[in-house]
Ligand binder design. Structure first.
Ligand SMILES: [Zn+2]
Length: 96
């Protein structure tokens, strides 16, 4: 289930709980029964793990102020050697 938000021009916002993907584009206002437009809001990031939120914040900051490194990364950044082709005849060819 997900919580969807609809806004009436006279009575404000209304929360509607429905299965994910089944939100109609409009909803009737519980007070005046007029059509309310759906409001799109970001997901509840407050429930996300703090590491995820920190990674998102870091990615947003990198657009304006990218981090400057002073050395090459060492963890998990080894260069891969090219794989030998499966055909044995190709294995005798010179390698770069
Ligand atoms: Zn209303």
């Amino acid at each position: 289930m997900a919580t969807y938000l609809y806004r009436c021009t006279s009575h404000g916002e209304t929360e509607v709980v429905r299965p994910i993907g089944s939100a109609p584009p409009t909803w009737s206002c519980p007070v005046c029964q007029s059509e309310c437009a759906r409001v799109f809001v970001p997901p509840m990031l407050s429930l996300a793990p703090s590491r995820l939120v920190a990674a998102i914040d870091r990615a947003e900051r990198s657009a304006d102020a990218p981090e400057v490194v002073t050395s090459l990364p060492t963890q998990g950044a080894r260069r891969r050697t090219p794989m030998a082709p499966p055909n044995p005849a190709y294995q005798r060819l010179p390698r770069p």
